[in-house]
Design a protein around this ligand. Structure first.
Ligand SMILES: NC(=O)c1ccc[n+]([C@@H]2O[C@H](COP(=O)([O-])OP(=O)(O)OC[C@H]3O[C@@H](n4cnc5c(N)ncnc54)[C@H](OP(=O)(O)O)[C@@H]3O)[C@@H](O)[C@H]2O)c1
Length: 286
């Protein structure tokens, strides 16, 4: 962290939703920010309000050259990177058979590989600084998935797996990692950003169709407030011991608890089978 306690943030996907709310909150908090977007002109108003502490940079997270340029631009503007927020991402709804191969790969490119690209670009700088905090925007679907989110949730599960290991790899180097798991929040996620399956198979109406109906029903009245989420993220970044996982919203919190309960119950039932697969010598030593 810089000497005067003001942090330098780099946020992906700052045009709308969480990214936009967080960008505004970070600047209002007095920190410096490189806000990135695929159309950086969408950030003009924000940048004009904070000409000293804010800079807008074009970034599609699937483009490695743009990732490198955004990191270089942040260093050039503010000399360091204290917080990277991998926020850019979008949903893909449909049964596994209904979504196209192209939709699947595009979703993983953004939600998983986009985040990996930026983490890898920023780590050498944070290692040199011996400090930094990486926030990876997952979803509650990245811990307890929904029917119809096999690919979206799958990409977020993968991001969580990557984050768990990186958390341990970089902790001794002074770098922190936090996975953020929101439930439904009032952003453009269900509206313009949600990618929908290109084909529809009747057999999935009662499962995936039901979840899609739920999403369409809550659009515009999701319980989560992105401005409050932004305050929570700032609080976490300023805390001494930030969590590996930060769950946001009651919906996500309840889902998380339910999954832990069912995992524990299942583990208890199958404990003996698990133990019996070890060599007898290993069993004796454990
Ligand atoms: N809202 C929810 O209920 C919810 C719940 C759990 C997790 N999340 C996660 O929260 C994150 C932010 O989403 P949101 O809810 O704030 O929705 P949003 O308002 O639709 O914002 C999504 C942002 O991601 C950007 N983006 C998408 N693909 C990109 C790419 N290839 N390169 C750079 N930016 C890209 C969008 O840019 P453009 O403006 O150019 O499209 C936009 O800025 C996502 O990772 C999402 O999975 C959201």
């Amino acid at each position: 962290m810089s000497n005067n306690n003001k942090k330098v943030w780099l946020i992906t996907g700052s045009s709308t939703g969480f990214g936009r709310s967080l960008a505004e909150a970070v600047l209002a908090h007095g920190d410096s920010l490189v806000a990135t977007a695929r159309k950086p002109e969408q950030l003009n108003e924000l940048i004009n309000k904070y000409p000293e502490s804010a800079k807008a940079v074009r970034l599609d997270v699937t483009n490695q050259l743009e990732v490198k340029a955004a990191v270089d631009d942040t260093l050039e503007a503010f000399g360091r990177i204290d917080v990277l927020v991998n926020n850019a991402g979008y949903g893909l709804i449909g049964a596994l058979e209904e979504v196209s191969d192209e939709q699947i790969r595009r979703n993983f490119e953004t939600n998983l590989f986009g985040a990996i690209n930026t983490i890898r670009a920023v780590l050498p700088i944070m290692r040199q600084q011996k400090s930094g905090h990486i926030l990876n925007m997952s979803a509650i679907a990245g811990f307890s998935n929904e029917l119809g989110f096999s690919i979206y949730g799958g990409a977020k599960f993968a991001l969580e797996g990557v984050s768990e290991a990186v958390y341990g790899e970089v902790a001794p180097l002074g770098i922190k990692v936090t996975i953020v798991e929101p439930g439904p929040f009032r952003t453009d996620f269900i509206g313009r950003s949600l990618d929908r399956a290109e084909t529809s198979i009747d057999d999935y109406q009662k499962t995936v169709g039901k979840f899609l109906q739920f999403l369409d029903k809550i659009e515009g009245s999701q319980p989560g407030d992105p401005d409050k989420a932004a305050q929570a993220l700032i609080q976490v970044v300023n805390s001494k011991n930030p969590p590996l996982r930060l769950v946001l919203g009651k919906y996500a919190y309840n889902k998380f608890r339910k999954k832990i309960k069912s995992l524990t119950a299942e583990l208890d039932v199958w404990e003996q089978i698990a133990a019996n697969t070890d060599f007898e010598t290993a069993k004796a030593n454990s």
